[in-house]
Design a protein around this ligand. Structure first.
Ligand SMILES: [Zn+2]
Ligand SMILES: [Zn+2]
Length: 95
């Protein structure tokens, strides 16, 4: 057993799952099918199925907050995300 210390950090709920609609297409961020703890984008359009990327994802990406204390630093404001004011989830990182 590796001797790892895990620390808990806060992350914006949009890191775990998030979705929006762009021009009638459902664009979602979340765990990828079959992948464990691998997050990515999905869209229901044909272009995405073909390339795993599309203009709907391009349009949605800047709208997702995605704040992670471990990555971006900072502190929660109260119990809300300091960037978007949304809900927070706890995540653990081994250091
Ligand atoms: Zn699309
Ligand atoms: Zn946020």
């Amino acid at each position: 057993m590796p001797d790892l210390t895990t620390h808990s950090y806060w992350a914006c709920e949009t890191c775990a799952s998030w979705q929006t609609t762009v021009n009638g297409h459902l664009v979602a961020w979340g765990p990828t099918p079959g992948g464990q703890c691998v997050y990515g984008w999905s869209c229901d359009c044909k272009g995405f199925k073909f390339r795993q990327r599309c203009r709907h994802v391009d349009a949605a990406e800047p709208q997702r907050c995605g704040w992670q204390q471990f990555v971006h630093g900072g502190e929660p404001s109260g119990d809300r995300c300091p960037r978007c004011g949304g809900a927070l989830v706890a995540e653990s990182h081994a250091v």
